[in-house]
Ligand binder design. Structure first.
Ligand SMILES: Cc1ncc(COP(=O)(O)O)c(C=O)c1O
Length: 485
C-alpha cells in the first residue's frame, strides 16, 4: 500500500486543529469544575475555591493580563517577579517556534549554538571569565551553586582538612523550594512541617535598617551586622564553611535594600576566610533593580551567581549558575589511561538549558538591552518610589516605602513609633481594594511569622509613566481606605 504522506500530514494537522478547537470551546464553568477536580494550586488553601474559584488568566499584553471574564488587570508583580519584558512578545514566540522546528533537544553533555551563545552573553554582561551551568528553575540554580561550592572546596582543600560544607544565609531570605534551597531559605513559615531539612545551613540577620537600625548611623549598623557575620564564621569555624549566599536586594523577604558598605564588607569577610560568596540574582537580575544585575549597584563581584525568572522573562523555564574561572578550574583533571577521575561536576538537569529555552533567553536579553529596560527600570523606579513616598508616608499605617528600580516594598504597621506589623485582615483589605481597581500587587505571604506586612510592587520593566501614576494612585486610594488606626 502506498502511503500518501502529504494527505496523512494534512489529516493529522486537521485532527490536531480540531483537538485544539475542542479545547478552546470548553466553557468556563466546565473548566472550573475540571480545575477543582484536578489542579493543585501553589501556596494557597483550596477550601475557599469552593465559593470563589481561582482567577483563570487567558491572555496578556505588556503590563496587562486578562481573565476568563474578560476583565483586564494591571500586573504589578510581573507574574511571579519574572515577566521583565512584559507579556505577549511575538519575537520570543517566534524564536521558540523556529528553534523547536530546527533543533528541539539535546542534553548539555553535548553542545548547541543557543546554549553556547547565551553562556557567552551572560559572561560578557558580567564582565569576567567563567562558566555557565544551565538548569530550569531558581531553586535548581541554587542547588547547583551549593554542590559546586562543596565540591570546589573538597578539590582545593589542603591535605587533612575537614569538609567545608556549611552555608550561611540571612533571615528573611528566600532561595527556593527544594530541600537544599529551602534549607538556605530563612523564612520559618515556608519551612514549617517540612523539617528537618539539610544539615549545615545557618542564618544571620539581614541588613534591615528600617526595623533594626536602632538609631545608629547606616555605617555603624552595617559594622554591627558584619561583626555578627564575622563572629558566626569564627564560632562555626571558617574552615567548615563553604559559602555565604545573599540576594543583593532581598526580594520575597520584604524588599530589603542593604546599606552601601554591606556587600563590600561581606566580600571582605569571605576573602579573608576562604569562604565563597554566592549571589542569588533570581529576582534581582536582568534590569529589575535598575542595573542589569542587582550587585552592580555596589560593584562587588561574587564567586558564584544564580539567575532564573528575568533570564527568559518567564517565557521558558531556564536558570543559570555562573561560576568564576578559578572555581571552574578546580574541576579540571587529566587522568592517566586506566585511572578514574571524579573531579568533574557530576551533575545534570535533563531540561536545563535546552536549545529552545536558551534561544528564548538570548532573545529576551537582547530585548532588555535593545529597549534599555534596565535604564527604564531605574527611571520609572525612581519616579514611582518618589510618588509613593509623597502619597503614602503621611498615612499612619505606612512605616516605610523602599526599594531600587522596579523592586519596591511598602511596609505596613499599626503605628510609626512601635512599627508593629499591621494585621493580616487590613493588609488583605488593601490588596482587595487594589484588585477591585483592576491592579494586582504582591505581599510577602507565608514567609516570616508575624512579619508578612510588606506590600510588593514589581511591575514589568516596560511600565510607562501613566501606568506608574495609575499604580501609585490605586495604592494611595487603597491604603487610605484603611481607617488609619
Ligand atoms: C530570590 C529567589 N531565589 C530563588 C527562587 C526560586 O526560584 P524558582 O521558584 O524558580 O525555583 C526564588 C523564587 O521566587 C527567589 O525569589
Amino acid at each position: 500500500m502506498v502511503v500518501d504522506f502529504s494527505t496523512k500530514q494534512k489529516a493529522e494537522a486537521e485532527a490536531s486543529q480540531s483537538a485544539a478547537t475542542k479545547e478552546i470551546v470548553i466553557d468556563q464553568a466546565t473548566l472550573e469544575q475540571m480545575d477543582a477536580g484536578s489542579l493543585w494550586h501553589a501556596l494557597v488553601q483550596h477550601k475557599p475555591f469552593a465559593q470563589t474559584p481561582p482567577k483563570c488568566i487567558k491572555s496578556g499584553t505588556g503590563c496587562y493580563v486578562t481573565d476568563s471574564n474578560g476583565d483586564e488587570y494591571f500586573d504589578g508583580v510581573s507574574g511571579l517577579w519574572c515577566v521583565n519584558v512584559g507579556y505577549g512578545r511575538q519575537e520570543l514566540a517566534d524564536v521558540a517556534y523556529e528553534q523547536m522546528l530546527n533543533w528541539s533537544y539535546s542534553p548539555l553533555t553535548m553542545s548547541h549554538e543557543p546554549g553556547i551563545r547565551l553562556a557567552h552573553k551572560l559572561l560578557e554582561l558580567l564582565g569576567y571569565e567563567g562558566k555557565v551551568f544551565f538548569s530550569t528553575s531558581g531553586s535548581e540554580a541554587n542547588e547547583t551553586a551549593f554542590k559546586v561550592a562543596r565540591q570546589y572546596h573538597a578539590q582545593t582543600a589542603a591535605a587533612g582538612a575537614g569538609p567545608r560544607y556549611k552555608f550561611i544565609s540571612r533571615y528573611r531570605g528566600y532561595h527556593g523550594h527544594s530541600m537544599g534551597a529551602l534549607s538556605a531559605t530563612a523564612q520559618a513559615e515556608r519551612k514549617l512541617k517540612y523539617e528537618p531539612l539539610v544539615p549545615g545551613f545557618m542564618h544571620v540577620n539581614p541588613p534591615y535598617y528600617y526595623r533594626f537600625g536602632d538609631g545608629l548611623s547606616e555605617e555603624a549598623y552595617t559594622a554591627r551586622l558584619l561583626q555578627e557575620l564575622e563572629m558566626t564564621v569564627r564560632y562555626e569555624g571558617a574552615e567548615s564553611i563553604a559559602a555565604v549566599i545573599v540576594e543583593p536586594i532581598i526580594s520575597g523577604g520584604g524588599v530589603i535594600v542593604p546599606p552601601d558598605g554591606y556587600l563590600r564588607g561581606v566580600r571582605e569577610i569571605c576573602d579573608r576566610t576562604g569562604i565563597l560568596l554566592i549571589y542569588d540574582e533570581v529576582v534581582n537580575g536582568f534590569g529589575r533593580t535598575g542595573q542589569m544585575f542587582g550587585h552592580q549597584h555596589w560593584g562587588v563581584a561574587p564567586d558564584i551567581i544564580t539567575f532564573a525568572k528575568g533570564l527568559t522573562s518567564g517565557y521558558m523555564p531556564l536558570s543559570a549558575t555562573v561560576v568564576k574561572q578559578h572555581i571552574f578550574e578546580a574541576f579540571l583533571d587529566e587522568p592517566q589511561p586506566g585511572e578514574k577521575s571524579d573531579r568533574h561536576f557530576r551533575h545534570i538537569s535533563t531540561y536545563g538549558g535546552t536549545p529552545v529555552c536558551t534561544a528564548v533567553g538570548l532573545r529576551n536579553i537582547e530585548i532588555v538591552e535593545r529597549e534599555g529596560l534596565a535604564e527604564q527600570a531605574a527611571e520609572m523606579g525612581d519616579y514611582l518610589l518618589t510618588r509613593l513616598k509623597e502619597l503614602l508616608l503621611e498615612h499612619p499605617n505606612v512605616g516605610d516605602v523602599r526599594g531600587k528600580g522596579l523592586l519596591l516594598g511598602i511596609e505596613l504597621v499599626t503605628d510609626k513609633e512601635s512599627k508593629t506589623p499591621l494585621d493580616d485582615a487590613s493588609i488583605a483589605a488593601v490588596m482587595k481594594h487594589c484588585l477591585d481597581q483592576r491592579v494586582m500587587i504582591g505581599r510577602n505571604t507565608n514567609t516570616i511569622p508575624g512579619f508578612t506586612n510588606v506590600l510588593i510592587i514589581c511591575p514589568p520593566l516596560v511600565i510607562t509613566r501613566a501606568e506608574a501614576d495609575r499604580l501609585a494612585d490605586t495604592l494611595h486610594q487603597s491604603i487610605f481606605s484603611l481607617s488609619g488606626t
